[in-house]
Design a protein around this ligand. Structure first.
Ligand SMILES: N[C@@H](CCC(=O)N[C@@H](CS)C(=O)NCC(=O)O)C(=O)O
Length: 233
């Protein structure tokens, strides 16, 4: 439990990058919690009643009250436990707005086009989606320069909100490299993000929760087979 009588429960699924965001935030904050693994093909009553709108993981339940959506959860953890670990969101309102902007961009642009690329039916569609994905990477490379101000993380000397938001996809970046020889961030296209990825993944709080690449690769192969089968139906 989180301490001080707080009860924290996280509903997640081990391969979900969104659930991983919540795990990373809890890990960097040093908060303990009960983890409940969901079977997304057979969702629990607790998940359905806690997130009736989206019916998705993650859901963080704090003293019986559910919080949904990964980015909202990370912000909630930061605000509800201000004395735990280092703050994830910057204290300056402008820097906070910039961090929220880039975190939203990661979902709205980077992940959207990257996911689209893995679901495309034709090579032509895939190439177009990857072009958009790499355009998003280029913008995030510039964002890293702006936010980090020459320091190791988006958050500066310590991991912050954008680090946690993007850090959650490291597993799938590694899977892309293992299965397709394609690294989303590489030394020529995005040297700052390439170095950031290894730096972030080497932190104990990240290592404690990042999924095993081999297991995630098997999961990704299974999902791609499912999408391919659905596309031919
Ligand atoms: N925008 C949501 C996305 C969450 C999401 O897509 N979760 C997936 C697992 S990766 C899920 O629960 N899927 C179940 C379903 O779609 O039925 C967030 O940031 O939390």
């Amino acid at each position: 439990m989180a301490g001080g009588g707080d009860e924290l429960k996280l509903l997640g699924m081990w391969a979900s990058p969104f659930a991983l965001r919540a795990k990373l935030a809890l890990s960097f904050k040093g908060l303990s919690y009960e983890y409940v693994e969901e079977d997304l093909k057979n969702k629990s009553e607790l998940l359905l009643s806690s997130n009736p709108v989206h019916k998705k993981v993650p859901v963080l339940i704090h003293n019986g009250k559910p919080v949904c959506e990964s980015q909202v959860i990370v912000q909630y953890i930061d605000e509800a436990f201000p004395d735990a670990g280092v703050p994830l969101l910057p204290s300056d309102p402008y820097d906070r707005a910039v961090a929220r902007f880039w975190a939203a961009y990661i979902d709205d642009k980077l992940l959207k086009s990257w996911l689209q690329a893995s679901m495309c039916k034709t090579e032509q569609e895939k190439a177009a989606a990857m072009k958009e994905t790499f355009a998003a990477v280029a913008n995030l490379e510039a964002a890293f320069k702006e936010c980090s101000k020459g320091k190791p993380f988006f958050g500066g000397d310590a991991v912050g909100y954008v680090d946690v938001t993007l850090g959650a996809v490291i597993g799938f970046v590694r899977v892309g490299e293992a299965l397709h020889g394609m690294r989303l961030f590489d030394a020529s296209r995005s040297p700052l993000l390439d170095a950031w990825l290894d730096r972030f993944a080497a932190l104990d709080a990240a290592k404690a929760v990042l999924p095993d690449t081999g297991r995630l690769a098997e999961y990704a192969k299974m999902k791609q087979a499912e999408w391919a089968a659905a596309a031919t139906n």
